[in-house]
Design a protein around this ligand. Structure first.
Ligand code: SF4
Length: 413
């Protein structure tokens, strides 16, 4: 991740290990820690002093490092006796004592009031965000060829062993370079970069819910759409509220077994399926991505069961992307997913009746893989020819197939 998180030198680990949240499945990095312990640890290891200075914003540049808005109250929590609270934002339902943080590490209880530490603290890009092709999210049925101004903060509510952005998702907000970027500034940057939408992405936007919500409201007022790129690990009430201000959602359905979620994600499958049903009920535009991890979630029977479930609960027109896994983070021992495996998954899903099934990360230059392009579900003609994130041609006209006039599901205008 460009200008993302800060690594903790090995010499500091031993004094920090007791700071891990209870839901973390890790035994090495990541390590979450308090500012006090960070400074204390740095004092014991000279090599880390410049790092500490940056992380607490003590290097004079107030636009980089530190937390800019530490007093934004969290929107979803219940008060408990003895100044304790229960966070009701995601299915982890953390019970948090006074002066403690929830499992995502970016929400804190102060005197029985719960606060988000990441509102207005985007930690990516040169100005706090990255203008990126919407195809890269991937959202294939959402304003093709446009760019989405992509922001993120530190933190996550799960601990995927194959996380591509672990350097910001598995750390605290004190450990990332943060930009002073309140919602109106996000919208201004999005406009400056000529982006049609703002994407809440990279780490897990559920844990920066209030920031995402307020930015989506500001974006809508300025004519800029909002898309959430999420693991779908969120309680129903906040998701329903969010649907009022979002325009599109991508959900990472990481597997179709509870075992995978327990061992490799540190979460549960059930709540993610519930979120998908909620999105359908709310008539929100959404697409599903399934990262195929060799030997862990590539069983054809599981792919078939999942496809049947999507058909029954969500319908045939939900785009489903099977993407290639690259060895990363704690799963460097595995090989890259063979392209033949994602192609087989696609075939199974289409065999169950799903109409818009794609493959991703297949690097099929120069003409692209047939599974990267969109064809009309009625006449079968190719409508959008893609090569990776590039759109070579687009025959969707006014949301309809240019050949037979069939309405193509998605957000096109
Ligand atoms: S959002 Fe964070 S604090 Fe709240 S329940 Fe989820 S992991 Fe716990």
């Amino acid at each position: 991740m460009e200008e993302g998180g800060r690594l903790i030198p090995a010499c500091m680990w031993s004094s920090l290990l007791d700071e891990r949240p209870s839901f973390s499945t890790g035994d090495v990095m990541p390590v979450r820690m308090s500012r006090r312990n960070f400074i204390a640890a740095c004092a014991g290891g000279g090599c880390a002093l410049p790092l500490a200075a940056q992380a607490i914003g003590a290097v004079g540049d107030i636009k980089r490092g530190g937390i800019f808005y530490p007093d934004k109250e969290a929107r979803y929590y219940e008060k408990l006796p003895d100044k304790r609270i229960e966070c009701t934002l995601c299915p982890n339902r953390c019970k948090v004592g006074d002066r403690e943080r929830g499992g995502c590490g970016v929400r804190i209880n102060r005197e029985g009031k719960y606060y988000t530490l990441v509102w207005g603290n985007s930690c990516v890009g040169r100005d706090g965000g990255n203008p990126a092709p919407i195809e890269k999210k991937p959202l294939f049925h959402f304003l093709p060829t446009t760019r989405s101004y992509s922001i993120a903060t530190a933190g996550c509510n799960v601990t995927c062993k194959f996380c591509q952005n672990w350097d910001i998702s598995q750390v605290w907000a004190e450990q990332t370079f943060n930009h002073d970027l309140p919602p109106k500034a996000v919208v201004a940057n999005a406009k400056r970069h000529r982006c049609r939408s703002i994407a809440y992405t990279y780490s897990e936007p559920v844990i920066f819910y209030e920031y995402m919500y307020d930015t989506a409201v500001a974006g809508r007022a300025a004519g800029i759409k909002s898309v959430m790129i999420s693991n779908g690990y969120i309680e129903k009430e906040p998701m329903v509220e969010l649907c009022k201000v979002l325009d599109g959602v991508k959900i990472d359905l990481k597997a179709f077994t509870e075992e995978f979620y327990e061992k490799l994600v540190g979460g549960k499958l059930g709540p993610v399926l519930d979120t998908l049903v909620t999105l359908r009920e709310q008539e929100m535009w959404f697409e599903i991505v399934y990262l195929v991890v060799p030997t862990h979630n590539d069983d054809p029977d599981d792919i078939k069961r999942m496809s049947k479930w999507i058909m029954k609960e969500l319908g045939p027109h939900v785009p489903l992307h099977f993407t290639v896994f690259h060895p990363t983070y704690r799963l460097k021992n595995l090989p890259r997913t063979p392209v033949s495996t994602v192609a087989r998954c696609r075939k199974i899903a289409m065999g169950e009746g799903l109409k818009y099934v794609y493959v991703g990360n297949v690097a099929a230059w120069p003409d692209g893989d047939p599974g990267e392009s969109t064809s009309c579900h009625k006449c079968g003609k190719k409508l959008i020819h893609r090569v990776g994130f590039l759109v070579r041609s687009n025959k969707v006209r006014g949301g309809k197939c240019a050949y037979c006039g069939t309405k193509i599901p998605g957000v096109w205008e």
